[in-house]
Design a protein around this ligand. Structure first.
Ligand SMILES: Nc1ncnc2c1ncn2[C@@H]1O[C@H](COP(=O)(O)OP(=O)(O)OP(=O)(O)O)[C@@H](O)[C@H]1O
Ligand SMILES: [Mg+2]
Length: 220
């Protein structure tokens, strides 16, 4: 391994060594998480006045991520604006979970990052052809303790998409497994686009946090 190139350096409290066990355990968790590598590194997020309360609530969840996961809680982070940190925060919470369990996790999946549009595209593809690793991904969605559902669509679900998402999310909620959703739709729009049954799970079973800051993409 190249210890100078460790993506986890910014938050790790261990001293760097050539044979770091923590690095190997964290790397395995990250690889099993389906999180694209460009999102692995820790992002410093600045907090504007408008979202101060939202950031405080998220920091509280981050500090107590073990309770969040163990109690199978759900969170929906949304904003009508894009680029203000929804995905970054959800990734931060996933990594914090890994950070708490790396030494007991073994080399299996303990948390997943699902980009919803890509997942639904792959669901459709998998009907007619083999999509590499897709079956394992679906098994992991059912079984792992935390799933990030990133980017719920801002256009209407087809009935097929609705059925797929409802099946996975309903199963996870009923079996007490934690979920973090991100999206751009408020309550009214979610009911309209995702359908009553999904939206009711989103708003009835989740802590809801809204971001109001403007787009920060490209500023750092
Ligand atoms: N609070 C913040 N402080 C610093 N940089 C930020 C903040 N929020 C977002 N960014 C920057 O903007 C980029 C996009 O952030 P992110 O992907 O989390 O936005 P998003 O809210 O998920 O956007 P979208 O609605 O398009 O999905 C990040 O790479 C990050 O660099
Ligand atoms: Mg996003």
């Amino acid at each position: 391994m190249d210890i100078n190139n460790c993506w986890y350096k910014k938050i790790c409290t261990n001293t760097c060594t050539e044979s770091c066990i923590r690095y190997n355990c964290m790397k395995s968790l990250m690889e099993h998480s389906n999180l694209p590598e460009y999102l692995w590194s820790y992002k410093q997020l600045t907090c504007g006045n408008t979202d101060a309360e939202a950031f405080m609530q998220l920091k509280e969840i981050e500090t107590n991520i073990d309770t969040f996961v163990n109690e199978g809680r759900n969170l929906y982070i949304y904003s009508e604006n894009c680029g203000n940190g929804k995905t970054s925060w959800s990734v931060r919470l996933l990594i914090k979970h890994f950070d708490k369990i790396w030494n007991i996790a073994g080399f299996t999946c303990h948390g997943l990052f699902i980009n919803v549009p890509k997942f639904l595209y792959n669901c459709k593809q998998s009907i007619s052809k083999d999509v590499n690793g897709f079956e394992e991904l679906c098994d992991n969605i059912e079984n792992c303790e935390l799933v990030i559902w990133d980017d719920l669509p801002s256009s209407e679900f087809t009935s097929y998409e609705h059925q797929i998402m409802l099946q996975y999310i309903d199963n996870r909620i009923n079996s007490g497994k934690a979920n973090i959703f991100t999206g751009n739709c408020d309550k009214d729009k979610s009911y309209q686009l995702l359908g009553d049954r999904l939206a009711s799970r989103l708003f009835g079973c989740s802590q809801v946090i809204e971001f109001k800051e403007t787009d920060k993409r490209g500023l750092n």
